[in-house]
Design a protein around this ligand. Structure first.
Ligand SMILES: Cc1cc2nc3c(=O)[nH]c(=O)nc-3n(C[C@H](O)[C@H](O)[C@H](O)COP(=O)(O)OP(=O)(O)OC[C@H]3O[C@@H](n4cnc5c(N)ncnc54)[C@H](O)[C@@H]3O)c2cc1C
Ligand code: FES
Length: 346
């Protein structure tokens, strides 16, 4: 039996199978809901159940606490409907526009850009028309069925020839996929992937100035968004804050410097939190989101796009809205949650 989901205030309706997560049904039918990890860990899909009943699968307390659940909030990525439901959720125009494809992809190039970061170029199959928005991600499907997400680091008009997506991977020692990617993966290997996923992309209808906040490889989707701004000759003022522990963590600093020189609307502020004397770092120091707050104490007229380490994304969301007057619905983020975060003690 199929249940009917009605979204408010958009008044959109779609069907969901009894054992299917509400978000999965929405993605399958091209309905634009907000989401990030699809796995109960980031909280991006949090919505309010106005009518009906759902059951939640495994999820993190950080993403949805028991008190929030009791107050009627749900995570659409791990909630299955038990009845017809009415849900209050942000409509994300555009997030369901492109079909989600499952396809093999070939490793075209592996480039080591820092001691713990590689840029992987994955060739797209010629017989599939893979379309995505700058900011979205793909999932690799591993042999045991586990999935790992990586954000496209190039905008769709920069696929090149042969068409290939660029992914920035940070090594997490002990990690199921990145141990393999940094160990045995080689050019011409084939990996199965699925995508595009995600509601983290530029809201083109806005004219507000933009803060782009990246931590570590969270730079990948931000780079794609900058390429898109550049291609559209979008003159909205934008400022990129990119944070790492050491200067070498800003592994495409030269790309940023070059791009800023070509884009008068873009500024770039690199921020390093744990520079050593030997680094000779003379730039900004400290936590990257704190640098934003020092420079822009009033964010009430801005949009923020934040990506990378969950601690950075969560701190930015909390502090920007509480202390810098950023409207909560002008904060867009993808939090790079991993198994470590999913199993961390609260
Ligand atoms: C939407 C999204 C986009 C992302 N985009 C990117 C990207 O562009 N670039 C990028 O580098 N990353 C990205 N990530 C993170 C990425 O998907 C992986 O989580 C990351 O690469 C680690 O994968 P792994 O298989 O190597 O490690 P995992 O197997 O997930 O392990 C991660 C770490 O946790 C430890 N661990 C494993 N299991 C447990 C456990 N049970 N208890 C405690 N610790 C455990 C491991 O030892 C390891 O150190 C993204 C994540 C999301 C959700
Ligand atoms: S918690 Fe649902 S998408 Fe991350």
């Amino acid at each position: 039996m199929t249940f009917s989901i009605t979204l408010k205030p958009a008044d959109k309706q779609f069907g969901v199978e009894p054992d299917e997560a509400i978000l999965a049904a929405a993605i399958r039918q091209g309905i634009g809901l907000p989401y990030g990890c699809r796995d109960g860990a980031c909280g991006s899909c949090k919505s309010r159940l106005l009518e009906g009943r759902v059951v939640h699968g495994t999820h993190q307390d950080k993403a949805l606490s028991a008190a929030e659940e009791a107050s009627g909030l749900i995570l659409t990525c791990c909630a299955t409907a038990q009845t017809d439901c009415v849900i209050e959720a942000r409509n994300v125009p555009g997030s369901g526009d492109f079909p989600v494809l499952k396809m093999p992809s070939r490793v075209l190039q592996i480039e080591r850009v820092a001691s713990d970061v590689i840029v992987l170029r994955m060739q797209l199959p010629a017989n599939q028309n893979f379309l995505y928005r700058a900011g979205q991600y793909v999932e690799f499907i591993l042999r045991d069925g586990a999935r790992r997400s990586y954000s496209m680091g190039n905008a769709p008009h920069r696929l090149g020839s042969p068409p290939a997506i660029e992914l920035h991977l940070r090594h997490m020692p002990g990690g199921k996929f990145t141990d393999q990617a940094f160990g045995t993966l080689k050019e011409k290997d084939i990996l199965r992937m699925e995508g595009p996923f995600g509601s983290f992309f530029l809201r083109e209808e806005s004219t507000k100035p933009i803060v782009l906040l990246a931590s570590g490889t969270g730079f990948a989707p931000i780079k794609a968004i900058i390429e898109q701004l550049q291609a559209k000759a979008d003159l909205r003022p934008a400022v990129l804050y990119w944070g790492g522990r050491r200067p070498q963590d800003l592994y495409m600093d030269d790309w940023c410097q070059r791009t800023v020189a070509q884009m008068p609307s873009l500024r770039y502020v690199p921020v390093v939190s744990d520079a050593l004397a030997e680094d000779g770092w003379t730039g900004r120091t400290g936590f990257v989101h704190r640098a934003v707050m020092e420079d822009l104490p009033d964010l009430s007229g801005h949009q923020v796009y934040a990506c990378g380490a969950p601690i950075v994304v969560d701190s930015a969301r909390a502090d920007f809205t509480a202390q810098c007057k950023l409207p909560a619905d002008e904060f867009f983020a993808d939090s790079f949650v991993s198994e470590a975060d999913k199993h961390a003690r609260p």
